[in-house]
Each structure stands twice: as C-alpha cells, then as structure tokens.
Design a protein. Structure first.
Length: 117
C-alpha cells in the first residue's frame, strides 16, 4: 500500500532503474544512484535493522541442474499478504553456488505527515 505524496510510506519510481522506492529516499536502494542533491539530502542511516538473513545454496559436484525462485512476501499485522514479488530466478549446475541476503532497514520518516487510521 502506498501513501499519498508527502505522507509516510508514499512511493515513487526511481528515474534511473524504474524500481518503486520510498518518496523520501535520497539514494535508490536498488541501483544506488543519488536522487536528490539539495542541502537536506543526506542519506539516512537506518534506525534499526530488525531482520537480516543470509544463506547459501551449493549444488553438489554431480547431478541434474536445480532451478530456484527468490520470492519476497510482505504481510500486515493480521497476516494478510500486502505484497509479493519474484526478486530473481536462476539455475544451479553441478558445483555452482549462490548466496542470498535479505535485510529490512527501518528509517524515521522525517518531514512527512503520519497516516490517519
């Protein structure tokens, strides 16, 4: 769910990579390009990182190829799905390895209006 412009959670499209990002972002989290250069445009450090998971898949030296899909699902406090996205897909052949990392970074929404309930 996206908020109205100027509210916490409002989104926009990155002009460089076209990813959906927070309107308040100074740097695109997808392509790492700067989006604003004004005097107030400083990249914010996360207030907290409540989730960080890393994992690696190693295909044995022998056997048929494996395929994978990296799926991200976001649920609200009631457990209802509010977002689902296939982030990446691929294949692993004998001896291949892939590593995955997921982080949730939380930032203070400075200068935006809180959402009304």
């Amino acid at each position: 769910m996206t908020g109205r412009p100027g509210t916490a959670g409002a989104t926009r499209e990155c002009p460089h990579c076209k990813a959906t990002i927070l309107e308040s972002a100074v740097i695109c989290p997808a392509c790492k390009h700067y989006l604003r250069y004004d005097s107030e445009a400083r990249p914010a450090a996360p207030q907290q990182v409540p989730l960080h998971v890393e994992g690696t898949i190693r295909h044995p030296a022998e056997g048929d190829a494996w395929e994978y899909s990296l799926v991200l699902v976001i649920r609200d406090g009631r457990g209802q799905e509010i977002g689902r996205q296939v982030v990446g897909v691929g294949a692993l052949h004998a001896g291949d390895e892939r590593s995955f990392s997921l982080s949730v970074e939380v930032f203070e929404a400075k200068g935006v209006k809180p959402r009304r309930h």
